[in-house]
Write a protein that binds this ligand. Structure first.
Ligand SMILES: [Zn+2]
Length: 184
């Protein structure tokens, strides 16, 4: 099946999504044609098994005209194929890197946990968050504690000292934004 490669190379004006779609369809078509031939079935045989016109199979195999999902599933069933969605590692990994940068572990510390009402090991974490200062939305780095010992929905807290630090950072972010002096 060189056809799809040729089409892909000849038409450069496709955007990334269109190219991806073409590649996925090409993959499906190639797999289905290979499998049909492997099983020694003609297009007509397959069409009869599925209960659709042979022309529909031909159109799909030749031009990559994808039938409706229910028809598509009917086509692949007698071929013993199934559709599977797998994680795209190429896309998933940069997101994970970004997340760890946005919300990361500063340190682990033994201290009193107001959620559990006892002293235990807590995660001190930092994340980029937003606050409204004088009517303006600013982004700043907020520190908080995370309790992993509780099943409560509210498993994080900010003690007074840290709250002051956070507010100061939000104010600094506002000043920076307004291009004012930080020590003003
Ligand atoms: Zn706790």
């Amino acid at each position: 099946m060189k056809r799809w490669e040729e089409i892909k190379n000849n038409i450069q004006s496709f955007n990334q999504n269109e190219i991806e779609e073409i590649e996925i369809v090409a993959k499906f078509v190639n797999r289905i044609v290979d499998r049909r031939k492997e099983l020694g079935l003609s297009q007509r045989d397959l069409a009869e098994m599925v209960g659709i016109k042979q022309a529909a199979i031909a159109r799909f195999e030749r031009a990559g005209v994808v039938p409706r999902m229910d028809t598509f599933l009917k086509i692949i069933k007698p071929l013993g194929l199934l559709v599977e969605l797998t994680e795209n590692k190429r896309i998933a990994s940069p997101e994970k890197v970004e997340n760890t940068m946005k919300d990361y572990l500063v340190r682990t510390i033994e201290r009193d946990c107001p959620i559990c009402n006892r002293i235990h090991s807590l995660e001190e974490r930092s994340r980029i968050t937003q606050a409204v200062v004088k009517g303006e939305v600013v982004e700043y780095e907020e520190k908080y504690y995370l309790c992993s010992d509780t099943d409560e929905d509210e498993n994080e807290f900010v003690p007074a000292g840290l709250m002051d630090e956070n507010l100061q950072k939000a104010r600094n972010a506002y000043r920076l934004r307004k291009s004012l002096q930080l020590d003003e």
